[in-house]
Design a protein around this ligand. Sequence first.
Ligand code: SF4
Ligand code: SF4
Length: 393
Amino acid sequence: MKWSDKGHELDGYGEKIVQSFRDKGEKIYIFGAGLIGEEYRPLFERQGCFAGYIDNDRRKQESGVNRACVVSFEEYCNKKMGGFIMITADEKNIPSIKEQLSRAGLKEQTDFYTYTDFMNSVYPVLSVYFYDQFYVRQAQICLTERCSLKCRDCAHGCYAVGADSQDMSLEMAKESADSFFDKVDLIKEFVLIGGEPFLYRDLDQIIVYIGEKYRKKMINFAITTNGTIMLEQKILDLCRKYDVLIRISNYSAELKYLEKKYAKLKEELEKNKIMYILGGSDYYWMDYGFKTVDRGGKAEDLIPVFDKCRTSCREIRGNRYYYCVMARSVSDNLGFGLGEDDYLDFNRIKKEDKKVLLEFEMGYSDKGYLDMCNHCNGADAVNYPIPAAKQIH
Ligand code: SF4
Ligand code: SF4
């Protein structure tokens, strides 16, 4: 979307959301006391608006979940408990829950929301317009573009980066974190990525720097790895100290030898009491088409591509806040040289310009698209499956 009234694009919508939130007693219930609910609960608890869970499971109603109260939907209705309801459940169960809520006279997009709708379109707005806090779902610092694997279809183009290429300097990594957290009040997941971040020489120092200064502003502090490198004890100790989540991408469907590496890594992480998530083994990736797509470069064609995409992968690089980490990294790593101005300059935004920051987060910009959208399948990439983690030998 192209900015036409910068800083006020969402005023009408924001006021409507705030009014509705006030009318409902400034509370949020999570319908579904499972893993997804537990993932989002800390956000609402931080802002003091978590009212509890609603769940159809009798056992959860009796025992509660991690000291949170769980009520049945009948009790919720009988006691007229109010609040926004955010549904967190597996995709297959969402339609029946929606039906249950609708039968009781509640309206979707007014009284209840799916968690994707709520977290994409309501919560960030509520956070700025009601709490005066700029909330970001996910942002990353790309410490190095070097990688221990050479995936032919890497969406960051890391296969084209030589082993001798320069990593981000420690000073710039610190500046990136400072610049980001000067503007951001709360983030669901802040991630150190690569390439392969465990190749980064100063990883210990950047974990300490960010952990000491900014851990309180994050729900999750994560490092995403391909699992090929065993961690030194000092890194394990720091991950434990700062409660770092290790996300392990799982490429064992293509690279069988990785199964043993993952097993060893899991053992180390468990021994050191570090949280980790090993992804499901990917057989397919989506092809963003960066090497083949050319849409002709007209703004009127690229704005809808960008608007439909809504990627969640922001990147902070010094004072530059990029909407799409793939666009930035592929342009740099594959030599497109595009998107020179496709970022928000945090040095030119005042801390109090939270509405401008929110608008950028929601997809507004001066042009309304990124140059790299011209060479990208965007949201349609799901229709172009390619084998995952095929290596260039
Ligand atoms: S997809 Fe991941 S593991 Fe593969 S080259 Fe890219 S950064 Fe490395
Ligand atoms: S369309 Fe492609 S380049 Fe554009 S924002 Fe989406 S993923 Fe990034």
